[in-house]
Design a protein around this ligand. Structure first.
Ligand code: PEP
Length: 264
């Protein structure tokens, strides 16, 4: 088994997806505010609420949590005739630091976003001074066909095309196998570690070895309090992107696992 030798700060995000009402968001925010002052010093934690709830969350959630938007517009202009879209500049204006780009639901089910479009979103988000989580992952069919690494590394190659080395400090990668998202079927720690290591090696060979050592690679896909500790032990797993469990106090238990496994 791999041992944790990393000096990278853990990165843990809660993706609320398309869930919540004003009342349920207020109640979840009150629950999360109980963690004020208790965040592990070795972790950076963010919440990605639906855009329509961003103001409510920004106004009420304690600053121990950073904010992420779930999706951004890819254009070069900060404002304009983009009905229904939100630009990185608008998110930044709200105090949002992070943007998820290429979540599997954007790639495969909701919007069928291409690698080219996702690359434009990465570049637009960085240009606005925000930070990016580039989400990648293979389908079950691709894994069963022996193509998992090839698919994931290609998503990274196209996703980060044109990114300057100096901007890599504002990029994190989330490896989220599609077959593990929202299914209750988590990758084994060994499966996740193998892919995270392959991603880091690819970045070392194709971008820069210092970037490879410092970039955070999160795992996402059915992360729960019951499985996060074993995943966290893996040397190349630097945190989690959490969907379903981030809509419950369970999220705080997952955050706590990077400290001493005891929750917050
Ligand atoms: C996600 O939405 O990124 C995710 C990993 O969802 P879940 O934790 O529910 O599998």
């Amino acid at each position: 088994m791999d041992t944790k030798m990393s000096t990278r700060k853990a990165l843990i995000g809660g993706n609320w997806k398309c869930n919540g009402t004003i009342a349920s968001v207020k109640s979840l925010v009150a629950e999360f505010n109980k963690a004020k002052g208790a965040m592990p010093s070795n972790a950076e934690v963010f919440i990605a609420p639906p855009a329509i709830h961003m103001g409510l969350v920004a106004d009420n959630l304690c600053k121990d949590f950073a904010l992420s938007i779930q999706n951004v517009w890819s254009g070069k202009k900060d404002f304009g005739a983009y009905t229904g879209e939100i630009t990185p500049a608008m998110a930044k204006d709200f105090g949002v630091q992070w943007a998820l780009v290429g979540h599997s639901e954007r790639r495969h089910t909701v919007a069928h976003e291409s690698d080219e479009l996702l690359n434009q979103k990465v570049l637009a988000t960085l240009a606005a001074g925000m930070k990016v989580i580039l989400c990648v992952g293979e389908t079950l069919e691709q894994r069963d066909g022996g193509k998992a690494k090839c698919v994931v590394l290609s998503q990274i190659k196209y996703g980060i095309s044109g990114v300057k080395i100096s901007d890599w400090s504002r990029i994190a990668i989330a490896y989220e196998p599609v077959w593990a998202i929202g299914t209750g079927r988590v990758a084994t720690p060994e499966q996740a570690q193998e892919m995270h290591k392959a991603i880091r090696e690819w970045i070392s060979a194709n971008v820069d070895s210092k970037v490879a050592n410092s970039v955070r690679i999160m795992y996402g896909g059915s992360v729960k309090p019951a499985n996060c500790k074993e995943l966290w032990k893996m040397g190349d797993i630097d945190g989690f992107l959490v969907g379903g469990a981030s809509l419950k106090p369970d999220f705080l238990t997952i955050v706590g696992c990077v400290k001493d496994g005891a929750g917050l």
